[in-house]
Write a protein that binds this ligand. Sequence first.
Ligand code: RET
Length: 273
Amino acid sequence: DAAAIAQFGTFLEMTQPEIFEAVQDDALLSASFWVNIALAGLSILLFVYMGRNVKDPRAQLIFVATLMVPLVSISSYTGLVSGLTISFLEMPAGHALAGEEVLTMWGRYLTWALSTPMILLALGLLAGSNATDLFTILVADISMCVTGLAAALTVSSHGLRWFWYFISCMFFLVVLYVLLVKWPEDAKANGTAEIFNTLKILTVAMWLGYPIFWALGAEGIAVLDVAITSWAYSGLDIVAKYIFAFLLLNWVAKNESVIADMPSVGVDRSGAS
Ligand code: RET
């Protein structure tokens, strides 16, 4: 009924066309989206071409998982640029921008829950992970993204925003543990140590930037404005996704036989008593 619609309208504060207009008016902000839409599109075409002759099923799976990264990315940035996945949220007391309506790009955190597991799946297959470590890292990673989303969307309490952030960081530690401690051993045993270590360093270095920019940006202590924070994420994305994916797929296409000789993903009981 009309009353309910009116109430819903006030709840949403700004309509999608108004948010779209606000984004278009900020040239720096909208460029941070369009650049990634263009790069994701080019990456999709390039990766399909690079994978055209790959025959081994495990190498194909690495290709499909990696191809999902720019596919999710183009969808994510289309959501942002259209205003669909952006909201203006009033920050709670205690926040640096308390009482102000802050542009929140919550679509980013949501779509990370879809793109980052694909990056990790590809890395785990490259290292020769067992099923336990693979499941652990994927669950921790998705939990990290969803609790990061919760941190950004919580407007009832400043303390609880940071509590969500802390929970997300704990999940991130699990991701880092598997990446830095478990998988390097597997990669060494399976003959993929060199490329794995390059990609591991690139991934860890880029991924550390995300929580740092979250904390410095409008969502956190607000020393960086929204457009700068958006460019920081967009820049990290370019290296963590497209450059990462190119290096990985280029290696896999040239070394398919190494991948074909790796053990299949399973539960390793050799260390059990
Ligand atoms: C948040 C905030 C809460 C604390 C932590 C975070 C980590 C985010 C990361 C994101 C990586 C994203 C990538 C996207 C590419 O598609 C959610 C910012 C720890 C590590 C690589």
